[in-house]
Design a protein around this ligand. Structure first.
Ligand SMILES: C[S@@+](CC[C@H](N)C(=O)[O-])C[C@H]1O[C@@H](n2cnc3c(N)ncnc32)[C@H](O)[C@@H]1O
Length: 265
C-alpha cells in the first residue's frame, strides 16, 4: 500500500450525505436472501455503520469488513462486536489470501469501482463465494455526469496536471451485461442486475462539489497540496456552475449498478 493511498478518505465528509448514500446500500440488502448462520465478507466497509446494520438485518453469525483507509477503519471500530469485526487491509491483498468457496455472502457497496482490472478482480471475488452462496455488489456508474467529467477535465489542466503526476480517475466499471456474463460463467445462474437512477435534491449546484469531495475527489486530495487542492475545488465549482447553472435547489441524478447473484453450480 503506498503511503498516501486510502488516506484521503474523510469519514465526516463522506457521511455528509448519509441518507442519500445509504439508500442504494439498503436496496442492495433487499436483494439478499435471508439464511441461517450467514458469514458475510464486506469489501470496502468504510465507516462500518452500514456493515453493522447489514449484520443485524441478516441476523448473520459473523461479518468481516475490510478497508484500506485508516480513518475509516478507526471510525468503524465503534461498530465492532456481536460478530462484527473490521480489518485494515487492501481488498486485493485480502482476497488473494482467502481460500475459495468459503463465504456464504460476499458483499461490496460503492467500493469496487476504485479497483482496476475487473476482468481479473470479479472472477476472483466470485471464487470466494461458497457453493450456493450469494454475491451482492453496488457501484456508481455516473462517469458521464458533469460532476465526474469536470474532475477528469481538470486533471489534465496545466495548473494541476504536474502535481497529479499523470493520475487520471479511470473508469473500471463495465456494462451490466458484462457482469451478468461474468456471474453466469462463474456458476451464478440466478441473478438480478439493474441500473437504478437515484434522483437527489441537493441544496444548490455547489453541493455537488461537497458530494464528490466525499468520494470521487478523494484521490485528488491525496495527491495535491492543500493549497492546490483548494484551487482545484474552486476551479471545479466554477465549471460546475458554468455547465449546470446555479440552481437552488439542484437536482442531481446519480446512476448506480446493483448486482446480486446466487451460485447454483
Ligand atoms: C465510498 S466508500 C463506501 C463505504 C461503505 N461500503 C458504504 O457503503 O458506506 C468506499 C470505501 O472503499 C474503500 N476502498 C477503496 N479502495 C479500496 C481497496 N483497494 N482496498 C480496501 N478498501 C478500499 C475506501 O477506503 C472507502 O472506505
Amino acid at each position: 500500500m503506498s503511503s498516501s493511498q486510502g488516506q484521503g478518505w474523510d469519514p465526516d465528509r463522506y457521511g455528509q450525505f448519509e441518507t442519500e448514500r445509504s439508500q442504494p446500500f439498503r436496496d442492495l440488502a433487499a436483494l439478499v436472501e435471508q439464511e441461517e448462520a450467514l458469514s458475510v465478507l464486506d469489501l470496502g466497509s468504510g465507516t462500518g455503520e452500514l456493515t453493522a446494520w447489514l449484520h443485524r438485518k441478516l441476523s448473520a453469525d459473523e461479518t468481516v469488513g475490510i478497508d484500506r483507509s485508516e480513518a475509516m477503519i478507526n471510525r468503524a471500530a465503534v461498530h465492532a462486536g456481536d460478530g462484527v469485526r473490521f480489518e485494515h487491509a487492501e481488498i486485493e491483498a485480502f482476497i488473494d489470501g482467502q481460500p475459495n468457496g468459503v463465504w456464504p455472502l460476499v458483499w461490496s457497496n460503492a467500493a469496487l469501482q476504485w479497483l482496476p482490472d475487473h476482468g481479473t478482480l470479479i472472477p476472483r471475488i466470485l471464487e470466494l463465494v461458497a457453493p450456493t452462496g450469494q454475491i451482492a455488489i453496488q457501484m456508481p456508474v455516473n462517469v458521464d455526469n458533469p460532476s465526474h467529467l469536470i474532475a477528469r477535465q481538470l486533471g489534465t489542466d496545466p495548473r494541476f496536471a504536474a502535481s497529479l503526476d499523470g493520475y487520471e480517475r479511470k473508469d473500471t466499471v463495465q456494462s451490466p451485461e458484462w457482469y451478468a456474463a461474468m456471474l453466469h460463467e462463474s456458476g451464478f445462474t440466478i441473478q438480478q442486475i439493474s441500473v437504478q437512477v437515484y434522483g437527489h435534491v441537493l441544496p444548490e449546484t455547489r453541493s455537488i462539489s461537497d458530494w464528490v469531495q466525499g468520494s470521487l475527489l478523494t484521490p485528488y486530495r491525496e495527491r495535491l497540496s492543500s493549497e492546490t487542492y483548494s484551487e482545484f475545488i474552486e476551479a471545479y465549482e466554477l465549471r460546475l456552475i458554468e455547465q449546470l447553472g446555479d440552481h437552488h435547489p439542484c437536482f442531481y441524478p446519480f446512476k448506480r449498478l446493483l448486482i446480486w447473484g446466487r451460485r447454483t453450480i
